[in-house]
Ligand binder design. Structure first.
Ligand code: ZN
Length: 351
């Protein structure tokens, strides 16, 4: 699962391959010595080891150990820690509005709820009208930007609308819509107030993620499709180092999928972040390609990953049902996903 470290194989020479047991005894010592001297000379030209490293290294280590140019330096700082109780409280308050599909009064209440928590932050709207098979709907992506010292942007998306076809069955989407909105609010708390020592981080509460009738390429992802197009036109996409989607991350029985639209380096990075927190057993038991808010960005070449648990109840039985309620969720799951994502971002900052 973890990425294999690259090794400098050309520097390794097998002595027994060059000097068979039939050699006279003196030759058995002389030949390896000559080979070692040649190898040392060759490596001093191509090796990126510093003189100090060579002085401390044994001869064999000097030729076989790589200089890991693509790895982050050793991490000694404390792991990021979200306030999972506060994040869980946000879900409670969002669920209390009731069902929140596009175009509804409750949807407007959640919009105000989100923006009221972002007072003083740099907030932008990406608002437009979606023309759908169920008619026209106002769609509003809410974007909050937190500046960093490094050139480049890391984006975290999470949808806040609830399923439109289920609007009449009392669907409240505690996990599907609630957990994603809430964890982004908690990320905002974490990012607010100080310039980041790293990339700029943009949080996006996406709208219209759900289909209005039947999921298809044209009936789904209304908000993220619009935003990806917009960011392609104004060249924002070129600045995005990585994009994370949070979706259905509150399930008490947490199993984050290994989402195969993501580039392997990003999948590995998230796993490594999970390992640092000792929570990797909640990641990647299953692999699947999932259509979610990251897809419009994947299609445009943005390195994107969907952090999603699509095994919500046995056989995903609670997904898109009236049983998607608060009692199925746990603050601990928000903590696992939240801390892992923030750690993954910190690792990106240091690359
Ligand atoms: Zn859904």
């Amino acid at each position: 699962m973890k990425p294999l470290k690259r090794r400098n194989t050309p520097g390794i020479i097998r002595r027994d391959f060059l000097c068979v047991p039939l050699c006279p005894l003196w030759l058995r010592f002389l030949v390896p010595l000559l080979i070692f001297m040649l190898a040392s000379t060759a490596c001093s030209k191509g090796s990126s080891s510093t003189p100090a490293e060579n002085a401390n290294a044994t001869p064999s280590a000097a030729v076989s150990e790589p200089k890991a140019t693509d790895a982050a330096p050793a991490d000694t700082g404390p792991l990021p820690q979200i306030d999972s109780k506060r994040a869980f409280q946000y879900i409670k308050e969002i669920v209390a509005f009731g069902t929140r599909p596009m175009g509804s009064e409750n949807h407007k209440k959640v919009e105000s709820y989100i923006t009221s928590h972002l007072k003083g932050d740099q907030v932008e709207d990406d608002a437009f009208t979606a023309d759908t098979v169920e008619g026209k709907f106002p769609v509003r992506n809410i974007i909050a930007k937190y500046p960093g010292t490094k050139d480049g942007i890391i984006v975290i998306l999470g949808h806040y609308d609830t399923n439109y076809p289920l609007r009449n069955i009392g669907f409240v989407g505690a996990n599907d819509g609630g957990s994603s909105s809430a964890i982004l609010l908690e990320y905002a708390n974490h990012l607010r107030g100080k310039k980041r020592d790293g990339y700029n981080v943009w949080l996006v509460w996406t709208d219209g993620e759900e289909a209005v009738r039947q999921w298809s390429a044209t009936d789904s992802l209304y908000g993220s499709r619009h935003l990806a197009e917009k960011w392609e036109k104004d060249d924002t996409l070129k600045k995005i180092k990585a994009l994370f989607v949070m979706d259905m991350i509150g399930d008490a029985d947490l199993n984050i999928e290994k989402e195969t639209n993501a580039p392997p380096w990003l999948t590995d990075l998230v796993y490594e972040a999970a390992e640092r927190g000792g929570v990797q057993s909640h990641f990647y038991a299953r692999a699947a390609a999932i259509e979610d808010d990251h897809l419009p960005f994947v299609k445009r070449g943005v390195p994107s990953i969907d952090i999603i648990d699509l095994d919500y109840g046995y056989n995903n039985v609670f997904h898109h049902t009236a049983q998607d309620t608060l009692d199925k969720l746990s603050p601990r799951s928000l903590e696992i996903v939240g801390n892992t994502t923030l750690e993954a971002i910190r690792m990106l900052d240091r690359r």
